[in-house]
Design a protein around this ligand. Structure first.
Ligand code: BGC
Length: 776
């Protein structure tokens, strides 16, 4: 991988692969994926290779293949793939004598470019340039351009191209075949319908050809096959002539918000007409439209980092790029998958990754999108109620893994191999990883405090809070011996500890959810009688409040012991301690499972990821610095960071606790999870939460931006290697530009909706009007 290919306006915006290596196809397919939140396409090459994973996803279009499986995002018919034959010889880089190769993703424009110069067996030399984008302006549009230049001899070129529905999700075919058709001898259309959710997909594509910029109409013939329609084109190209092929495609589905009322015939017509109209603008015309939307993203969100290592600047842009393409901002019935739209990993499901790791970026940078993502949780309340009921509770018990609105829990039950039993390992998260309900409450609160969006709270936020508190209250278990309420048999954030009692994170967050709901209950009763009475009718609030009052003070909250260590759960500190050096120094995550199965790991003081550290990060005012330091020093050495969610939380905490070098080191490790040199880590898709975590490291960590009990605090602590950074944040509807240098901090209120904004820095309150500078 090459990271410093960008020049001038593209400096630190370009990620490059400079060598074709068929062993590592997954890496660039995922990290260079294209998308726009409506859809995502892995950047597999046009020509096919064994080992490739060719995926196209449309957000929210879940399908359940069989009762025994969980719902997943289906892999839509492929338009990217095409075969190129040069004098009868299929382009295949495994065999070709490659003279030059370069594949780059331009994060600024969202365009992928691959350049190949190679020698054919008959002694010709060809330069082929492949360009591609998924439009940020026209969300259904995919543009491709292929330019072929024979350098030594004239050639006969054949292209086999079209729409290929013979793709699967690791072998699972989610579609039944629909109609295939050619319109006007030019426009190809394929219809497919998901087998269970009955979502219609209409995919259209059209090709245009030019030689030396002059349109040509090559000989062609149409072919159809099962789930496949295409055209074959034959073209003669002279030495030094340039053949340019443009392929413009679109995808529409009956799940698109605007298409809900349409019937299939209309969907076919509308999508075909859209393609007809937009493709007339040509690849470049459509690309310009998309780039102007990307320009707006960078103008609004770019973060400037002056570091001794330019990789840091590239990293934050890589994060902003992926945060943009992973997010279905257009539709509040959809949310972000743990791998975005870049791979089959985690089946497109949404986890706490959104609330705790990704939402902070949107809350501080694009609150409108943050609101839509929380509205999704509101819209999934029927599923959350269903899950509570099935488990004997009441209220909103959010699924650990979430998909379509009414689906409820969609965590698969069986996972990877157990090296001891030889069976599949049972995945317990869907049954007992319950902190997600508190995470949703936390995100709602964070959104509200930072945006002041009262309209959101009236319509959705207060109700979410009440419903979640009702769940927790029903979930508490009374312990007669201690007179306290416990939460038994759960998995906390640390998934290497299953069936534990009183996981500190879960108990504190449940307590916090109920306590905060109680505050809102009083507020509604006193200040918002109409919201109160609506919710009281719907949720029997009076009754609920009574139960909260009875229970909240008796919830068991694990306290620091004589060494200031908070037990992660009732048993953790009693478990065996082993030498973890081997796993701490591992090259790939999960090495411990080569030696132990999960049951054995359960019995060792070893953690997958931040657990108590995540608690310190979220409820940071509840714990003293001394307690935080003691716990960091106790738990971090036992944490393998086997989840990509772990490093960023540790980075922010290490910085808070004064170990700036350690924090920077953790940031560098976090930023390499996807973008780094390890060619295997992203095979199943990028790590969405870790990418959100990169933004958290920069803004919440080194930038020191926090919301503490409703107050803005900005207390930067830059790494030694950084001279300055600047970034925007939104606070109570105002856009603030924060600039941090080695000498101090400057904040400007760019929009001035609020005359004054109060913020804290090193224990002192400041008032921001236009602009304020604080020297160190
Ligand atoms: C982590 C979870 C996370 C999930 C999806 C798991 O490996 O342990 O915390 O939510 O991946 O990213």
């Amino acid at each position: 991988m090459i990271y410093d290919n960008g020049r001038n306006e593209y400096e630190n915006f370009i990620v490059t692969e400079d060598k074709f290596d068929k062993r590592f196809l997954g890496k660039c397919e995922a990290i260079m994926a294209l998308g726009n939140g409506y859809m995502g396409i892995r950047s597999s090459t046009e020509e096919r290779y064994i080992g490739e994973v060719r995926d196209t996803f449309v957000a929210g279009t879940f399908n359940k293949f069989h009762e025994s499986e969980v719902t997943e995002l289906p892999n839509v018919a492929d338009v990217i793939g095409l075969d190129i034959y040069i004098d009868g010889e299929r382009l295949n880089l495994e065999q070709a004598k490659i003279k030059d190769y370069d594949r780059s993703l331009n994060l600024k424009t969202g365009e992928l470019t691959r350049t190949v110069v190679y020698e054919t067996t008959n002694g010709n030399e060809l330069k082929i340039v492949f360009n591609r984008f998924v439009s940020l302006a026209d969300k259904h549009i995919i543009g491709q351009k292929i330019t072929i230049l024979p350098n030594v001899k004239d050639v006969n070129i054949s292209i086999k191209t079209g729409i290929n529905g013979q793709v699967t999700n690791s072998g699972v075919q989610h579609f039944s075949e629909g109609e295939k058709r050619l319109y006007e001898n030019k426009y190809l259309q394929l219809v497919e319908t998901t087998t269970q959710s009955q979502i219609n997909f209409v995919i259209n594509t059209v090709h245009d050809f030019k030689i030396n910029n002059k349109e040509i109409e090559p000989d062609s013939f149409i072919f159809m096959d099962r789930r496949k329609i295409g055209n074959s084109y034959d073209i003669s190209v002279k030495k030094n002539e340039e053949l340019c092929i443009e392929k413009i495609s679109n995808i529409h589905t009956s799940r698109d918000k605007e298409n809900e009322e349409y019937n299939l015939d209309e969907l076919k017509k509308v999508s075909y007409e859209e393609l007809k109209e937009l493709s007339s603008k040509g690849y470049n015309g459509l690309l310009i439209r998309s780039i102007s939307e990307w320009d707006k993203i960078w103008e609004k969100h770019d973060i400037k980092i002056s570091s001794n290592d330019d990789f840091d600047q590239l990293t934050i842009r890589f994060a902003i790029y992926h945060l943009t393409i992973m997010t279905p901002a257009h539709d509040n019935r959809m949310n972000i998958g743990a791998k975005g739209l870049t791979g089959e990993g985690y089946k497109g499901h949404t986890f706490w990754d959104t609330e705790i790791f990704i939402l902070p970026y949107f809350i501080y940078s694009d609150p409108y999108i943050a609101r839509s993502l929380i509205e999704y949780r509101y819209n999934t309340l029927p599923g959350a109620h269903k899950k509570a009921e099935e488990n004997g509770y009441t209220g909103a018990m959010f699924p650990w893994e979430s998909a379509w609105l009414e689906d409820g829990e969609v965590t698969p039950v069986w996972g990877g191999a157990d090296i001891v039993t030889g069976k599949s390992t049972k995945i317990w998260s869907g049954f007992i990883e319950q902190h997600i309900s508190a995470d949703v409450a936390f995100a709602t609160w964070q959104y509200y405090q930072i945006t002041n969006d009262e309209d959101f709270m009236d319509k959705y936020g207060y109700e979410l809070f009440m419903d979640i508190a009702i769940f927790w209250s029903s979930r508490l278990e009374y312990n007669k011996e201690t007179g306290e309420y416990n939460i038994n048999d759960v998995i906390g954030p640390d998934e290497y500890k299953e069936h534990v009692n009183n996981n500190a994170f879960t108990n504190y967050m449940a307590y916090w959810s109920i306590k905060t709901a109680m505050g809102y209950y009083k507020k509604l009763k006193e200040q918002k009688p109409s919201v109160y009475s609506r919710l009281n009718k719907k949720l029997k609030l009076e009754e609920a409040y009574q139960s909260w009052c009875d229970k909240v003070g008796k919830i068991y909250l694990p306290k620091p012991n004589e060494d200031s260590i908070i037990p992660q759960d009732d048993e953790y500190l009693k478990k065996e301690i082993i030498d973890l050096t081997k796993y701490k120094n591992q090259e790939n995550v999960g090495e411990i499972f080569k030696d132990y199965n999960l049951e054995q790991v359960n019995k060792i003081q070893v953690s997958k990821q931040a657990d108590i550290m995540a608690l310190f990060y979220l409820l940071e005012n509840l714990f003293s610095k001394e307690v935080k330091v003691a716990n960091y020093n106790y738990y971090e050495p036992k944490t393998l960071h086997d989840s990509s969610l772990s490093l960023s939380t540790h980075c922010v905490l290490a910085n808070d606790l004064g170990d700036n070098d350690k924090a920077y080191n953790l940031f560098r490790r976090a930023s390499r999870i996807d973008l780094g040199e390890n060619m295997r880590t992203s095979d199943h898709g990028i790590h969405a939460a870790s990418i959100g975590g990169i933004w958290q490291c920069v803004v919440n960590g080194f930038g020191g931006v926090r919301m503490l009990d409703g107050i803005l605090r900005i207390e930067p602590n830059l790494p030694e290697d950084w001279t300055d950074i600047s970034f925007p944040i939104y606070w109570h509807g105002d856009r603030l530009m924060v600039k941090i240098t080695k000498v101090g901090l400057e904040i400007e209120n760019v929009t001035r909706v609020n005359k004054q904004i109060v913020f804290m820095n090193k224990g002192k309150n400041y008032i921001l009007e236009d602009k304020i500078c604080i020297l160190n």
